[in-house]
Every structure is written in C-alpha cells, then in structure tokens.
Write a protein that binds this ligand. Structure first.
Ligand code: HPA
Length: 280
C-alpha cells in the first residue's frame, strides 16, 4: 500500500512540481470552489495510479493543485465513500497521498444531517470532534510505519487552533458557523429515527457517511485537521418529510456560495499557522 501511495505521489509531482502545504476535501455538492485556484493543474482521479474513482452523483472526482489565498494547496474534489464498497484503504488513499506530498493541514468538508435541534438546513458547523460508528477503522491491519505510529492519539483529532482561527474568519466575513460533534455511519441508507435518537444520546450534533476515515488517516500522519459540515437536512425523525439525496444536494447547492466564502476567508488566515513547525 505504501508503494502505491508513493507511486501516486510521484505521478502528481511530475505533473505539478512544488509542495502543497494545505489539503482540502470537498464534500457532496460543495465541489466547485477548486475552480478558482491560481496556476492550477487539474488531474482526474482516473488519471492517477491507484486512486479510487468515485461513483456518486455530485462527486467530481478530480485533484486540483494550485495556489489559494497565497497558499499552495491540493484540493480533492470528490471522495470515495465506504458505502460505495471501497475498502477503508481506498477511502483514505487520496488523503494519505496528499500527506506524502507534504501537506501540514487538511480541511475536510461534508454534507451532514442535523442531529441537534440547534442546527437548521443551510447552517455550517465546525467539527470539534467525531464519533466513529462506521464499524471499521482505516488503520486496522499491519501498521504502515512510514506514515505514523500503531496507536495514534485522537484526543485532538480536530485541531483546536484551527477551529479558533476558523471562528475568527467567520466573524470577519459575517457568516455564522456553529460547532459540534460529527458522527460517522457507514450508510448508504439514511438512519432510522431510533438511530438518530441514539446518535443524539451518544453526543452527536450532525450525522454523515464520510470524513471519519480521512480524519483518522490524517491524524495518523500528524496532519492537523479542520472539519466543516454543511447541514443539508434535519436528520430522520426531526423533520416531517422523508429524506432524499436530492434534498441533500439541493441544500448543498444553496449553501455552496456561503461555504466557499467562509472557506476562502479561513484559508486566507492559515498562512502563518502553516508556517509553524509541525507539532511533535
Ligand atoms: N444522514 C447521513 N448522511 C447524511 C445526511 C443524513 O441525514 N445528510 C447528508 N448526509
């Protein structure tokens, strides 16, 4: 697996020399803010060795490298999901490759259902922590020592300094963002109302089917993480109508402009932070 990652990293470096400092994963329907990167190179996942090609509507499936707000960045537009049948190794592969390219921080975004009544469709939530209820962990199996330790710490899986910085950015651009705990389930069926009550009891504020594997893999590699959920719907049992992927995509499309502005403002204040020496 490490050999495959190195091959993919090499293929990327060949097409776009220079080290990205920031990685970004754009979630469902949030995919087009990579179009504004300067001096960009666009590589469809299918053109990269060993990259999983995503199959779901609304997931672009390309890597965009370039400069955003003065910071060299690598943006994954679209991701492979566990529910698509990919292994956890496949799901985390692109983020690990960005890790090998040298990113110091990763911004992961997703569409999520509100479990907490504090949130409404269209809200943005900074992820302060997560609960892994996917039934799998990407680090299971023999440890890849080149990437990180066997038992990585997860006590600050979402970097507190990055959350604080994002909150300041949100105030600067006048975009309200909340904070909360994300719970990851495997999907692809949406949850039952009873499962959502369980999630709430467990301490979750938003629910989704992604993010957790990538965040575990990033933490393993010592990459600092900022997570942003786009609340696209009230979770099952919290709204009268039934849930649909269409509703999720429609809300994501509605939030996209606000999300992109917030993301840019956040990235703009990241430069100094990324220049700091990596933490032990
Ligand atoms: N549940 C799980 N995943 C989701 C949801 C949801 O309600 N909304 C968007 N992704």
């Amino acid at each position: 697996m490490y050999r495959k990652m190195s091959e993919a990293a090499r293929a990327i470096r060949k097409r776009h020399p220079g080290q990205p400092l920031l990685g970004v994963v754009l979630g469902s329907g949030l995919g087009d803010c990579a179009d504004s990167l300067e001096r960009r190179t666009v590589i469809p996942f299918v053109d990269l060795p060993h990259f999983p090609a995503s199959t779901v509507r609304g997931h672009g499936g390309k890597l965009v490298l370039g400069i955003v707000e003065g910071i060299p960045a690598a943006v994954l537009q679209g991701r492979a999901h566990y529910y698509e049948g990919y292994s956890m190794s496949d799901v985390t592969f692109p983020v690990r490759v960005l890790g090998l390219l040298g990113i110091r921080a990763l911004i992961v975004s997703n569409a999520a259902g509100a479990v907490s009544p504090r949130f409404r469709p269209g809200d943005l939530m900074l992820i302060t922590d997560h609960i892994n209820l996917m039934g799998a962990n990407p680090l299971r199996g023999s440890n890849i020592d080149e990437l990180g330790p066997r038992f990585p710490d997860m006590s600050e899986a979402y970097d507190r300094r990055l959350v604080a910085l994002a909150l300041r950015a949100s105030r600067r651009c006048g975009i309200r963002v909340g904070q909360g705990v994300y719970i990851g389930l495997s999907g692809p069926s949406y949850e039952t109302p009873a499962e959502i009550r369980m999630c709430r009891t467990l301490g979750a504020d938003a629910v989704g089917m992604s993010t957790v594997p990538e965040v575990v893999a990033a933490n393993h590699m010592g990459i600092r993480v900022l997570g942003i959920s786009c609340i696209t719907n009230m979770a099952a049992g919290l709204q009268a109508r039934k849930l649909s992927h269409d509703e999720v995509m429609k809300t994501a499309a509605r939030v996209r402009g606000k999300f992109t502005e917030f993301l840019r403002e956040t990235i703009a204040s990241l430069g100094e932070e990324l220049a700091r020496a990596p933490q032990a």
